[in-house]
Design a protein around this ligand. Sequence first.
Ligand SMILES: *Cc1c(COP(=O)(O)O)cnc(C)c1O
Length: 371
Amino acid sequence: MILLNPGPVNLSQRVRRALAGPDLCHREPEFAALQTRVRRALLAVYGLDPRQWTAVVLTGSGTTAVEAMLTSLVPDASPTLVVANGVYGERIAAILGVHGMPVVPVHHAWSAAPDVDAVARVLDGRPDVRHVAVVHHETTTGRLNDLAALGAACRARGVALLVDAVSSFGAEAIDFEGWGVAACAASSNKCLHGVPGTASVVVRRQALDDEHVPVRTLTLDLRRHEDAQATGGTLFTPAVHGLHALDAALCELADGGGWRGRRERYRSLARRVRDGLAGLGVAALLPEGASSCVLRSYRLPGSLPYDALHDELKRRGFVIYAGQAVLADRIFRVSTMGAITDEDVARFLAAFGEVAASRAATGQDRVDEAA
Ligand SMILES: *Cc1c(COP(=O)(O)O)cnc(C)c1O
């Protein structure tokens, strides 16, 4: 089965073999060495200086890392401005809400780009806001949010950026210094090509030093995790085999030219998908320049309801992804993450063409139009 959903991804043989690595006790030096290697490699993806930055590995999903980031770095009663232009931006606000943390939301339509001027205006009127939280690649639509402009507006006001990079870390440019990033949440089973079960937060060491931040959770407190991990320890039982896999996945990323190499690879696959679907009369939701290299949204052809399209493609070995909420009956999504080949994409396009043609042949088109 070829997974064209935005994570978890198809594994390479190297990562799959690593998953069957040695059973380790997490209180033994072998595990400490593995964890330390992974933490260093996570910083190395973006060439970050370990004196300024640290990577905390967590057991859980991407949302675990986002929740750890949000709850560990914002001082008591300090409002967080949330830039929301999709499901994951709205989820940031929901996480803060669950923890009773004040939110200043700046909502956008889901197909819109973040309005940097609007954010700047809100920041100018709310000097009590010291953190802006935003999604880098908004997987809801495939839009790559322009964090250079947003980051500049924040930096000019001394406001720190907290980034959900769950679906971009490892494949898109992230300018940690230039954008004024305080922390960035990542998942192992999206662009890094590891297995589900581990996630990480890359955080500026200075951001961990704020004594006005209360301990809000026992299991997700980044400061305590970092303290333990700095000496090779862990607070709780980690996903040991998930870390074996992530270790291999990070080596594979480096061998393939790092995030730049991966971006080239994804771009090439995404271009094939886009051109192939365009040839079948299926249009992309966003203009080319607005899209990430990772995932694209496409308008559902009127003749193809999502469920039928999904089921017919799945019978042929491909899993696509539905739109969410208001976009559910308007779009479908195709991610090109994971160990997939040009050949897989060619077979996917052939299968898509087959489904579209058989649908047209049954006259379903005309029936739907009449209805
Ligand atoms: C997938 C995703 C998440 C959530 O990750 P889970 O592993 O499902 O918790 C969060 N943010 C973004 C941008 C995502 O794409």
